[in-house]
Design a protein around this ligand. Structure first.
Ligand code: GLA
Length: 395
């Protein structure tokens, strides 16, 4: 056997370093490293969404300052699909969306990304064309249009699941369908956020990552009422261990600015979603926002909590009837603390922070934008009905 000489060694080193460089370049960056932020058409516009609406929302996301605050995705929900596929089986948009590729180009030109919606069933929830049997083809079409996010809503597949001979078989039908679209999206080579929507059935948080979900809905649909929002938000206790960078629990889109809750209730909505490391997908009409709505949606301190790099979802740590304390640990060693009042009238809350392991530490009242200095070991505050005090301690 010949020993390696100098030039052999040099060649070997060169090969190794080229290999190291190229494998580094190929390491995929995590999709949805922090919870996705953006907007979705459903909560406000429902079926009344078209190309002009989407362009106007993209414009408003920029002019309102939301893009600069971190909102990125403009997501078209259900009802964009044509009644029939073309002769080759390609999905087509209906007359409300004459040119998806041009629309994506417009949204991208604003520094934003475009999302779309489909179902693993033959039909979507609104009875439009779903992706069943066309998964690869649809993923290729989306990638060709320049789509960056897919919400994949179970709906139509429930027909197949109902016909299954056991709950286990029904589960497998759903599981396999989500894997099929995961693989189809991966094959396009385009980074596309994969959002599972199946209302939290079969404890999706336990297997959502396995089927490639970057986020998964943990509940049924939210509506613009305190009862709905709070029922959803406060039922997320214990789900934190399933979330992290690239894979998030999704308690559904925001209703802030839609008018069905008061300002205290919307602050509860934002605070709870931030503590839950939830996606922040605004669901209001961005082109007609009041300054108060803009201020709520773009509050930098609230967004910083939501988008915290450590990606640790918070949890409930204490309750006294309607008073609940939720804490989220943050990357810099600080903590976000939400003291919520679920009662409709104001309440004097007294929280023994020392008992909760939150020692004498400086803190800021986030919504009041006020430094509080050192917190006392028993923190007292009057909290409005359905309201919140959101604190961030100093590291
Ligand atoms: C389901 C989803 C909603 C929305 C509608 C559209 O209800 O949960 O978020 O996408 O379908 O039809």
């Amino acid at each position: 056997m010949r020993l390696l000489n100098r030039s052999d060694l040099f060649a070997l080193l060169l090969v190794l370093s080229v290999f190291a460089l190229s494998s580094k370049a190929q390491t995929p960056s995590v999709i949805a490293a922090t919870p996705p932020m953006g907007w979705n058409s459903w909560n406000h516009f429902h079926r009344n969404v078209d190309d002009a609406t989407i362009r106007a929302q993209a414009d408003a996301m920029v002019s309102s300052g939301m893009r600069d605050a971190g909102y990125l995705y403009i997501n078209i929900d259900d009802t964009w699909e044509a009644a029939e596929r073309d002769a080759q089986g390609n999905i087509q948009s209906n007359s409300k969306f004459p040119d998806m590729k041009a629309l994506a180009g417009y949204v991208h030109s604003k520094g934003l990304k475009l999302g779309i919606y489909s179902s693993p069933g033959a039909k979507t929830c609104a009875k439009y064309e779903g992706s069943l049997g066309h998964e690869d083809q649809d993923a290729r079409t989306y990638a060709g249009w320049g789509i960056d996010y897919l919400k994949y809503d179970l709906c139509g597949l429930r027909e197949q699941m109902k016909a299954a001979s056991s709950p286990e078989e029904a589960h497998k039908i759903m599981f396999d369908a989500y894997i099929k679209m995961r693989d189809a999206l991966r094959h396009t080579g385009r980074p596309i956020v994969y959002s599972l929507c199946q209302y939290g059935n079969d404890a999706v948080w336990r297997w959502g990552t396995e089927v490639g979900g970057n986020l998964w809905r943990t509940t049924g649909d939210i509506s613009d009422k305190y009862a709905s929002m709070s029922q959803i938000g406060f039922s997320q206790a214990g789900l934190g261990r399933f979330a992290g960078p690239g894979h998030w629990n999704d308690p559904d889109m925001l209703e802030v600015g839609n008018g069905g809750m008061n300002a205290d209730e919307y602050r509860t909505h934002m605070s709870l979603w931030a503590i839950l490391a939830a996606p922040l997908l605004a669901g209001n009409d961005l082109s007609t926002m009041t300054p108060e709505t803009i201020a709520m949606l773009t509050n930098r301190d609230v967004i910083a909590i939501d988008q915290d790099k450590a990606g640790k979802q918070g949890d409930r740590v204490w309750a006294e009837g309607p008073i609940e304390v939720w804490v989220r640990p943050l990357a810099d060693g600080s903590k976000a603390i939400g003291i919520f009042n679920r009662h409709p009238s104001p309440i004097d809350a007294q929280v023994d922070l020392g008992h909760l392991g939150i020692g004498k530490v400086k803190a800021k009242d986030v919504w009041q934008a006020k430094d509080l200095g050192n917190l006392p070991s028993v923190y007292s505050a009057k909290i409005p009905g359905h309201g919140v005090v959101l604190l961030r301690t100093q590291p």
